[in-house]
Design a protein around this ligand. Structure first.
Ligand code: HEM
Length: 212
């Protein structure tokens, strides 16, 4: 069995791709927060992201990162279930692990559904559509948050994403070997701060434009 098809190999691939996706999220949040600062600034940043050759190439790396992360996650979950088909009679998951770690598959699948809707409404419209009839990228971004259902789906997805990240972030470091007891509580705190920052940051954009 090669390293990449072993359980630890798959975990390492999930961790590295997960950390890469996290770095994308940080850049993505930073660019999107510009909508709260200035329309022109956001439009310029969005134009840069849509035309810069390096960023355009990174889109393929990003897509590959998503594919590897999701496929390895599904395979690992399946293998874990096959290895332990019956739940232990005395197993009390709520006392053994947190809610974030027990719901990784569910939150992962729901965030993926969100990403499909999101790419259709934004990336597709910007690349192949007519910006949904709006004039600029900024108008498209803020225009969609007029709809209460749309805004609610977005905010709910950001909450699910925050739960997914809360476990994923610390678990990624453990899988790549940063699991010395000295760092455990620091990583847990960093992970919680980070997931709240991401959840609140993205939600703030949606809610700001919904209410204004
Ligand atoms: C208020 C929240 C968000 C807004 C306003 C927003 C806006 C946008 C816009 C305008 C684009 C197309 C152009 C670009 O790449 O900048 C885009 C692309 C994308 N978004 Fe978001 N986004 C939000 C949250 C998220 C979240 C939470 C995720 C991931 C869980 C995400 C994942 C993506 C991905 C994967 C792309 C395609 C990137 C690419 O290939 O260029 N977005 N988003």
């Amino acid at each position: 069995m090669s390293f990449f098809t072993s359980s630890i190999g798959r975990k390492v691939v999930m961790s590295i791709t997960g950390l890469f996706l996290i770095s994308f999220l940080i850049v993505h949040l930073a660019v999107n927060l510009l909508t709260l600062v200035s329309k022109d600034l956001f439009n310029e940043a969005s134009h840069f992201m849509g035309t810069n050759p390096f960023i355009q190439t990174m889109q393929y790396v990003l897509a590959l990162g998503f594919i590897l992360h999701i496929s390895q996650g599904l395979i690992l979950t399946m293998k874990n279930r096959q290895a332990r088909p019956q739940k232990y009679a005395m197993n009390k998951p709520e006392t053994n692990s947190g809610i974030s770690s027990r719901s990784m598959l569910l939150t992962g699948v729901l965030v993926l559904l969100f990403i499909f809707i999101h790419l259709r409404d934004y990336l597709w419209e910007m690349k192949f559509g007519n910006l949904g009839g709006y004039e600029t990228d900024y108008d498209l971004v803020v225009g969609l948050f007029d709809d209460p259902i749309y805004t609610a789906v977005y905010v709910l997805s950001f909450i699910l994403l925050a739960f997914h990240l809360n476990h994923g972030f610390q678990s990624a470091f453990q899988s790549i070997g940063v699991n010395h007891p000295k760092y455990t509580s620091f990583l847990k705190t960093l992970s919680t701060v980070f997931c709240i920052f991401v959840g609140v940051g993205f939600s703030a954009i949606s809610l700001y434009f919904f209410f204004n």
